[in-house]
Design a protein around this ligand. Structure first.
Ligand code: 0WD
Length: 256
């Protein structure tokens, strides 16, 4: 029996089979969790339907996290399938493409700053708040994805680094707020992986090559490696861990 047997998990942020959320869903499914999925818009619906099929789920619901009404209706709908659930995976991030190239100030605008923070950080707290009635008191867990650019200045990451720093603080505030009702909140800081979101970052290939050459393990990580740690962090095996950022990056973050 898998270590997530009997758990119900909502996966937010699958855009393709290369998505980190796909790797997390795969590991959670393997460990016995029942899954539900959201899709951002009609363009991505087929991909998410494909994921639901692959993981034996028939719960696929729309949710653009930029829209309050869609967040509300997501949990109303989910509540008609499940009377409660245990795991919320937030694998969502976005900044306008032009902000992810050049120097930090080159393409910094109030609008780009707002969008990056809204979609990449605020959405975690918004989902956690809306999910609360269905998650409270079950010993559940919330997981999000962050990146080293939150702590260090990395080329081209720019305003997304600020948004990820906000996301990491968000994890800590949520952990304190939701801890008393038994919900844990953690993040994985993943090494670079070639996904649709990563394709928006200028010179991403160079970053990946650098990690392959210099990380202690002399390689980058896979979505399955991130998925395994995600499944662990959201399981009862990790019942003593909350408010933490766990690195799954082949050791790259320890380098000076
Ligand atoms: O190297 C990487 N790929 C890393 C990614 C390293 C470390 C962290 N991360 C983070 C990302 O910042 C993000 O938070 O992992 C998370 C997942 O990213 P991913 O798996 O790399 O990217 P992808 O497969 O593109 O999924 C992200 C998805 C979006 O995809 P697109 O490509 O369409 O932007 O986030 C979703 C969307 O499906 N998303 C939204 N979902 C709901 N509402 C929204 C939105 N407004 N915007 C983006």
């Amino acid at each position: 029996m898998g270590f997530l047997h009997g758990k119900r998990a909502l996966i937010v942020g699958i855009a393709s089979q290369r998505s980190i959320a796909w790797g997390i869903a795969n590991a959670m499914h393997r460990e016995g969790a029942q899954l539900a999925f959201t899709y951002q818009n009609d363009r991505l619906k087929d991909r998410v339907d494909e994921a639901a099929n692959a993981f034996g789920s028939n719960i696929v619901l729309p949710c653009d996290v930029a829209e309050d009404a869609q967040i509300d209706s997501l949990f109303r709908e989910l509540g008609s399938h499940w009377d409660g659930f245990d795991i919320l995976v937030h694998s969502v991030g976005f900044a306008p493409r032009e902000a992810l190239q050049g120097e930090f100030l080159d393409n910094l605008t109030r609008e780009n700053f707002g969008i990056a923070h809204d979609i990449s950080s605020y959405s975690l707290a918004a989902l956690a708040k809306a999910a609360r009635p269905l998650m409270a008191g079950r010993g559940g867990a919330i997981l999000t994805l962050t990146y080293l650019g939150a702590e260090r200045v990395l080329s081209n990451y720019n305003v997304m680094g600020l948004a990820k720093a906000s996301l990491e603080a968000n994890v800590r505030y949520l952990a304190v707020n939701l801890g008393p009702e038994g919900t844990r909140v953690n993040a994985i800081s993943a090494g670079p992986i070639k996904t649709l979101a990563a394709a928006g970052i200028s010179n991403f290939r160079k970053m990946l090559d650098h990690v392959d050459e210099h990380a202690p393990l002399r390689r980058s990580v896979t979505i399955d490696e991130v998925g395994n740690v995600g499944a662990f962090l959201c399981s009862d095996l990790a019942s003593g861990i909350t408010g933490e950022i766990t690195y799954v990056d082949a050791g790259y973050n320890i380098l000076g």
